[in-house]
Design a binder for this molecule. Sequence first.
Ligand SMILES: [Ca+2]
Length: 252
Amino acid sequence: MRKISALLALAAASLCATAAHAATTNLVKNGDFELTSNGTSKQLNEGTYARADRTYLTDWSSKGYNFVLNGNNIDDTNAATALALWGPNSYSGAGPKNGLGASPTGGNVLAADWDYFPGPVTQQVSGLVPGQAYTLSFSYGAAQQVGFKGDNPVNYWDVSLGNSKQQTASLANVSQGFTGWHQASMTFTATDSSELLSFMAKGSPTGAPPFMLLDGVSLVSAVPEPSTWGMLIGGLGLLGFMARRRKAAVAV
Ligand SMILES: [Ca+2]
């Protein structure tokens, strides 16, 4: 009997491990923005025309005034970057102590202007199960381009998966400020096996150059995957069988 209990415990542990694995498979590729075609701290190419001074984000498409920036020198105007944001290092370390720095997941971050030629950053996500719920999570914040001033009271991301659209909480940013990194979590239900994931920077009013920041994008199943359910049901059946056998043994 002790042997059977140990076996059952082992089976339960492996089931839990399988369920945990299935639930944590990130369906978004390059969700941390670390893979690029031509280095970082550059504006993103649009379409198929690759400019020498720009770069592509692997697995993503971009339209509009969007950049991939190195989170470690995002506010360093001395670094060879296409764009810097107000932060502690702006103008040789004499910038505003607004706390701008690396994202929670580190490395590169996506930066999108919602005022000047705004456009979405998208990825076609495959491996979805229609009707199934998915949790989309990411880090985001708002900052302002070096050299410009003015409050940005409204900054948020419009996020869509297929035809379903949601938006993040709005972040208020003061002139030359940084809102800090915030965490977003949204639930989407897939309607197809492959759908377009889209991030579009939004805000108001116009006239004070803003930048929305994004990093650590992850889309995972909100429920155990069907194969896992099958294993769970099989496991429960086995437990029932064991219980019946045990009862029979006691009766004899
Ligand atoms: Ca990153």
